[in-house]
Design a protein. Structure first.
Length: 478
């Protein structure tokens, strides 16, 4: 048997008139004659034409939706609509049967909720095949972007003893007997008897460790899983998600914003260049879904149009103070249409405010900078006004905050003072403070939520549908 050829290679190459072998899974088998075969390499299927008079009847009965087969035959020009080429099969072998009475993915539309329950099989649908091919391309593009710029990829720890963000609930890591843990003289759990001899958790960010790398290697980035134990059942939150966190020595806030905008545009363009057929399918899918929505809730542009728009236009850059002025005087705020009405400077912006700025006011991606220090993390550089920090958030249509970052506080005294104000124990962060004691310099960085970016480029509406096996409250299947 000749080596198999992928369907993507056939449809994009010069195989007309050639005898080849294909392997894949049956999507449909019509009229005992036409097999639609998918092998996952591309959104399209290859039509295999079967002369049923030359095949065993029992074999034909086993060609059912979901079955794995190998077919040999000649590639010819298709006489039917919807494809340029098809295979005329000389032989077909069943590699794996699929009972049509039990196989849950029949050729019909399934709800996203149903498919989440069978996440081990949803890869086989057109929608999720497209999503996860794009996820692969986007991950590769991230590594390519930073590699081509000379960045060093750092593997930050997944088990950590620090909370970089003060981000709330963390997943604890322990080998202690939870039913009967050892206690110290004060009746508290004695973590000195635990595996790491101290309290440890799953990481919420690789940023602090990336800073250590940046202050020796210059430009570094991390790309790995992060964890938040928030009991949040929304379409925008996961308990396990992936973060991209570059850190750059000798960067100020403007440098940080420039790199971030360049990266986002690069990633969007890369996916548009390399995943066109998948994006076209998802574009049409979103358009079909929006037909059932009221006109005022429909997206002003299609998916491909939105992606191109973001690549072609400079992002708007405004300060937090300017944003508060716009929001405070906006119609939704004056008419109290916002769930969280903006009343004073210092308010923590919610997703509804971010999306108003992007989708209604500027109608472009927006970079907000110089936030009040009270609503930002301890490590952000304090501005000369004493009220704000050199922070930035990048806001995208349909998403809200896509990226959060800042210039980091490189001045030791300022950093220690801010830690005291926020009750962060200095003795636990000595390793971090050492970078400010020995050869400190201005530096900056940001974090991009990979799944947030996936939501944007695919047009999907639930973050649980852009990661293979979503983790959220009550769900740790597969």
């Amino acid at each position: 048997m000749s080596k198999r050829v992928r369907i993507k290679t056939i449809l994009e190459g010069d195989y007309l008139g050639k005898d080849i072998t294909v392997k894949g899974w049956v999507r449909t088998f019509r009229s005992n004659r036409f097999i639609a075969l998918s092998d996952g390499s591309i959104i399209h299927t290859l039509q295999i034409v079967v002369d049923f008079e030359n095949f065993d009847e029992q074999l034909l009965k086993r060609i059912t939706t979901g079955a794995a087969i190998v077919a040999q035959g000649k590639i010819v020009e298709s006489q039917g609509r919807g494809q340029h080429f098809e295979m005329h099969a000389d032989s077909i072998e069943i590699l794996g049967d699929s009972d049509p009475d039990k196989y849950p993915l029949q050729p019909k539309r399934h709800s996203m909720e149903f498919l989440r329950d069978i996440a081990h099989l949803r890869f086989r649908t057109n929608t999720f095949g497209a999503v996860f091919r794009i996820r692969h391309a986007l991950a590769y593009a991230i590594h390519k972007f930073f590699n081509d710029k000379g960045f060093v990829y750092i593997h930050s720890p997944i088990i950590t003893g620090s909370d970089a963000e003060g981000a709330g609930e963390m997943f604890q890591v322990t080998t202690l007997d939870l039913a009967n843990p050892p206690k110290d003289e004060n009746g508290q759990v004695d973590f000195r008897e635990d595996f790491f001899k101290k309290e440890t958790n799953l990481t919420v960010s690789g940023q602090l460790e990336a800073e250590l790398g940046a202050l020796a290697l210059g430009d570094v980035y991390t790309f790995g899983p992060t964890f938040r134990a928030e009991n949040s059942n929304t379409s925008r939150h996961l308990a396990e998600f992936w973060m991209i966190e570059p850190e750059m020595a000798f960067y100020d806030l403007e440098d940080n914003m420039d790199l971030c905008e360049e990266m986002l545009k690069y990633l969007i363009q890369y996916v548009m260049d390399h995943c066109r057929s998948d994006l076209e399918f998802l574009d049409q899918r979103r358009a079909n879904e929006e037909k059932s929505k009221p006109q005022n809730l429909r997206s002003p542009m299609g998916l491909l149009e939105t992606l191109q728009f973001c690549v072609d236009n400079d992002f708007v850059r405004i300060t937090y103070t300017e944003a508060i002025h716009i929001l405070k005087n906006s119609k939704p705020n004056k008419k109290k249409k916002f769930e969280f009405v903006i009343e004073d400077w210092g308010a923590d912006l919610q997703s509804e405010h971010e999306r108003y700025l992007v989708e209604k006011h500027f109608k472009k991606p927006v970079i907000l900078s110089d936030y009040p220090k009270e609503i930002k993390a301890f490590y952000m550089r304090q501005n000369e006004d004493g009220k704000t920090v050199a922070a930035m958030d990048v806001l995208f249509p349909g998403i809200g905050e896509m990226v959060g970052g800042s210039q980091r506080e490189e001045r030791l005294d300022n950093l220690i003072q801010r830690m005291k104000e926020m009750d962060i124990p200095e003795e636990e962060m000595e390793w971090f403070l050492d970078t400010r004691r020995f050869g400190t310099c201005e530096h900056a960085g940001y974090g991009l939520g990979f799944e947030r970016m996936m939501l944007f480029v695919t047009g999907m509406t639930n973050i649980r549908d852009v990661i293979p096996f979503p983790r959220y409250p009550g769900s740790a299947e597969f």
